[in-house]
Design a protein around this ligand. Sequence first.
Ligand code: FES
Length: 165
Amino acid sequence: MKKIEEFLRSLTFNVRRDRELDLNRRGFVASTLALMGVMFLSSTPLVVLSKRKEATDLEMFIANQGDLEVGDSVTFGYPKESDPALLIRISEEEYRAYHIKCTHLMCPVYWDKDDGRLICPCHHGFFNVEDGSVIAGPPPRGLPSITLSFKNNGIYAVGVTQAQH
Ligand code: FES
């Protein structure tokens, strides 16, 4: 029994308090670095995905130029079917296209031909059909505009530009 007690005491005397503190500091630094690494890795895919979405260059047919009268519009999905968008013929030669999820709280925006503006009915948000900018209401920025391309009488969506204002 005495031998065991001596053995245990010798173990206790081997513990150096200064080294224990050192290990705690090392442990803290190691766990902080590990946490930073996990945070960095978990945010990387989101950054990559968001840049990809901005840089989409998918070409998608929307309509033929003769399909719309001046003032008419047609809905489509771009770049995915679940991304609602609107093509509007604003004059004989000009068309505009925008994503139509309101930049305030995502309500669907519609084109009011008589009013000449894009309107969000949820909180009375109004957008300029020329550039998608906010005219009035709570939306914090304009509608993302869809770049159009014209060939062989067809109208194609070829990219999305997020509004800066
Ligand atoms: S959701 Fe469009 S103005 Fe609020």
